[in-house]
Design a protein around this ligand. Structure first.
Ligand SMILES: C=C(O[C@@H]1C=C(C(=O)O)C=C[C@H]1O)C(=O)O
Length: 460
């Protein structure tokens, strides 16, 4: 039996502080541990910590969150002020490991002391405390009052020079010049390419249909990596993605595992990728004509369409038992991001009342977009061939509210700041492997997926 402290919660409407990526940059007095969920300037920033729960898995987190919510007293004086604002009121941020059986990492759920939220031009602040009196005290820090004394300022700082961790001098930033470049290391990894070739062999031999293989890249920065700095830059450039930071895991993902708002559940499935070329303007990959040609190539690639279909079927099959109606579009559309184009399908469904965002996330994870088909064989294949701890990469990351609504994305295009040495950050990128995959092309795709984080860190 889990026992939860009584929590008092108050939500109030506030003046619009402006796009949250800019607010994050101005949150001078806040802690670098600020929790972040931003998309196109809207979303939530969480400050402070009231409770932290080390979850064993998503189902455990759901049971725990139910207990917490049962012990909550909402003392908002004007509940109408924020009624219907998705994300307002008590909420919890979370980030889950990809595979609890194969990791040294830890899933975490965090209830912040304060949330500053913004959606569609409206804004709110939610405060949480263990006594009602504490809610009557001025919040510390008060990020929406613009009169912070300079002395409390902890500037959101750039990481300085960033380079690949080199085995020879693992503690100092490596040179970005010459042959020892991030590019050289990020583009190709012979060991990973052999794993891809091995996976293709297993798929052609009929042992499985699809497996997602990932690799990592550790960068070392001159100064400790401030996730707020990284998140600000990601949110500005990747406006169609969900920019997140939870407990050292920072990234901007284009893939929504499940969003539940009221009875409506939506999952954005991605699989099938083409890199936007870095060729000079006028060449394929740059400008409208180049993008159109790439989009057409992607949409007509049998390999990518097949890879995509596995991912869509796995999501539709996992959602079906929890939904009374579902719409699965016949064909994908092309989602354009600054670094890549993806085949995308938005599966929408009417969720049964007991199907909370966390319950749906538990049912959907791991989807074929990050694991493979069939799931169990793909999971074993990953453990065997990848030889890497995914930690919280490719696990669900997001938030849930007291009604069970929320958004759980897949933690992609991210990095994990080393808890013991914040100068070090481990980036991840993975690719769906099917019968028609080629190791060198998959390396190029992985390199394109590293790009958002490398650019945000100034190691582009
Ligand atoms: C695994 C990743 O991305 C996934 C794999 C994709 C693919 O192989 O085409 C596309 C989007 C994601 O579902 C990643 O970004 O690390």
């Amino acid at each position: 039996m889990i026992s939860s402290p009584r929590l008092y919660v108050r939500t109030e409407a506030i003046a619009d502080p402006g796009p949250l990526d800019q607010v994050l940059e101005q949150l001078a007095a806040s802690d670098p541990r600020a929790l972040v969920w931003i998309r196109a300037g809207d979303g939530m920033i969480g400050l402070g910590e009231v409770i932290r729960h080390k979850a064993t898995d998503v189902a455990d987190a759901e049971a725990w969150w139910g207990e917490v919510c049962r012990a909550v007293v909402d003392v908002s004086t004007d509940p109408d002020a924020t009624a219907g604002l998705f994300g307002s009121g008590l909420l919890c941020f979370g980030s889950f490991v990809f595979d609890p059986d194969n990791t040294a990492g830890q899933s975490v759920m965090i209830v912040p002391q304060q949330v500053i939220g913004r959606r569609a031009g409206r804004a709110w602040r939610t405060r949480v405390a263990e006594t009602e009196e504490a809610l009557d005290q001025p919040p510390v820090p008060d990020p929406v009052s613009r009169s912070l004394p300079a002395s409390v300022s902890l500037p959101v700082a750039a990481p300085g020079r960033v380079g690949p961790a080199s085995p020879a001098s693992a503690d100092s930033p490596a040179s970005l010049d010459g042959t020892d470049s991030v590019d050289g290391r990020a583009e190709r990894d012979p060991r990973w390419e052999r794993a891809v070739a091995d996976a293709v062999g297993r798929i052609r031999a009929g042992r499985l249909d699809k497996v997602v293989l990932a690799r990592d890249l550790t960068l070392v920065a001159e100064r400790p990596v401030d996730p707020r700095w990284v998140a600000t830059r990601l949110a500005d450039r990747y406006r169609r993605c969900w920019t997140y930071h939870v407990d050292g895991l920072v990234g901007a993902t284009p893939e929504m595992l499940i969003r539940r708002e009221g009875g409506l559940a939506v999952s954005r499935v991605l699989a099938g990728t083409i890199r936007r070329s870095a060729e000079p303007a006028g060449a394929a990959g740059r400008g409208a004509t180049g993008d159109q040609a790439l989009a057409a190539a992607l949409a007509s690639s049998t390999k990518d369409v097949e890879e995509h279909e596995y991912a869509v079927s796995s999501v539709a099959a996992a959602l079906a038992p929890f939904c009374s109606a579902m719409n699965v579009p016949d064909a994908p559309y092309v989602l354009e991001l600054p670094n890549v184009l993806h085949l995308a399908t938005d599966v929408t469904a009417v969720a049964r009342p007991e199907a909370t965002a966390l319950r749906l996330a538990a049912a959907l994870h791991p989807s074929a977009a990050v694991c493979g088909t069939p799931t169990a064989v793909a999971r074993e294949t990953i453990a065997e061939l990848e030889r890497m701890d995914r930690d919280r990469y490719a696990g669900p990351v997001g938030w849930v509210d007291a009604d069970g609504d929320g958004e759980w994305a897949i933690a992609l295009r991210c990095g994990l700041v080393d808890a013991d040495d914040p100068h070090r950050i481990r980036l991840f990128a993975g690719c769906g492997i099917v019968a028609g995959s080629e190791p060198v092309a998959e390396s190029a795709e992985a390199a394109a997926k590293f790009l958002p984080m490398r650019e945000a860190l100034g190691a582009g």
